[in-house]
Design a protein around this ligand. Sequence first.
Ligand SMILES: N[C@@H](Cc1ccc(O)cc1)C(=O)O
Length: 518
Amino acid sequence: MNDRISLKQAAIPVFGADALTIEDVCRIARGASARLHDSPDYRAHIERGAAFIERLLASEGEIYGVTTGYGDSCSVGVAQQLARELPIHLMRFHGCGLGNHFTPEQTRAVLAARLASLVRGYSGVRWVLLERIAALLNHDLPPLMPAEGSVGASGDLTPLSYLAAVLMGEREVWKDGQPEASAVALAAAGIEPITLAPKEALAIMNGTAAMTGLACLAFERAEYLSRLATRISAMTSIATRGNPGHFDPALFGVKPHAGQNEVADWIWTDLGRLHDGPQMRLQDRYSIRCAPHVIGVLRDALPWMRRDIENELNSSNDNPIIDAVGERVLHGGHFYGGHIAFAMDALKNAVASIADLLDRQLALLVDTRYNHGLPKNLSGAEGLRGAINHGFKAVQIGTSSWTAEALKLTMPASSFSRSTECHNQDKVSMGTIAARDCLRVVELTEQVTAALLLAVTQGVTLRSRQGELDEATLTAPLRGFRDDIAKLSAFVTEDRPLEPDLRQILVHIRARRWELYS
Ligand SMILES: N[C@@H](Cc1ccc(O)cc1)C(=O)O
């Protein structure tokens, strides 16, 4: 159905050999398997870190997080004979997450992100630990992970403690969409629980995987929304008999934002031969005229967001960092998720702004004062029956509500750093909250997009039924797109509940059914 996406699905990432992309994480989230680079050299590289820690433990006796307490408790020494119990305690005292659980798909993204970091070999974990995380993915047994309780800068400690717990056979996993005791599910899958070595619970938990996994999912959905919003804007221009000149390449030649130019060019192409047709106004309202300027903000932000998300994804975001070759333990703050926090706060703003743009376009489409000759509320009913039919009136109200909710969530989470953990973590990223908010904004904006897809399809069809649009002037891609939506959701003549139609369109949006501008 979608070549652009299926082509990308061809390559399977190899953990430990390839840098992971956002798309790799999304494919693993949706069920692709996780392969580990399995060469003797690579295994030796991984084992060297774990062996170095064991050597240090035997010779020197003091390693942060191995023979000391955690965080602010780092000055508390742990007796050698208790060092092997310490990871169990770390995993257990962080078992205090609340709120909804991440979905199985989201949790798979989180696991992929953690694995991408651990395979780099700077966390001092054994090969078997990597294998077990891959096994959870490949047997599709993601841990039940509460979404709330991370400040995103001592890593996502609390959510990731649920991964540590499951590897040890504690707490629960998702099995076929239902919670199941991990000891039972692991046994059924033939995965043996492991006893975590002294540094391993910290290595699993002390990083940015929860926010980074979610960021990958949000990025992919936002990118697709930018394309859909562009197509909708072109269709709104057609349905309201707008001025195609607003998207003239000559106009955009004098303003160099690449993403903005790309959107203008897409709309210009979509308008095809309509460039020379009749227009109702010299200058359309901003939600149409400035569509490239609004959607372009998101398009221009995507490359730097990708850079930061993929850098975080392929980083050693742990503490301490174990340099087995240089035989050093490096203490720092690589669990700090500031880049993801900032990207997610920015992304949710750019996406909510698109919900707002589309909501304004719908306001133009349904209102006879602004739609230049379309029926009230885009109703397809005629004559006496026109009076009892209300077309897209309630869909507009719903769209206003989803838009308001999206806009309300744009408050930056990263501005709300709290000093916590006895002031050890006195500046934190809140990136996990930002990523969760971003996903919710994306979800609401998809709902707005679904509503607009139905409404603008109705608008274009009405224009052509009214004899004001020559179907032959529509470009083949735009006509095919319009016809497909019209097939999925019949033209609205008599009022009917549109919830099933909207829900079906939402499923197609999330599956990225339409190949747009590639
Ligand atoms: N993130 C802390 C470690 C830590 C772990 C668990 C805690 O509860 C607190 C702090 C560090 O590496 O410095």
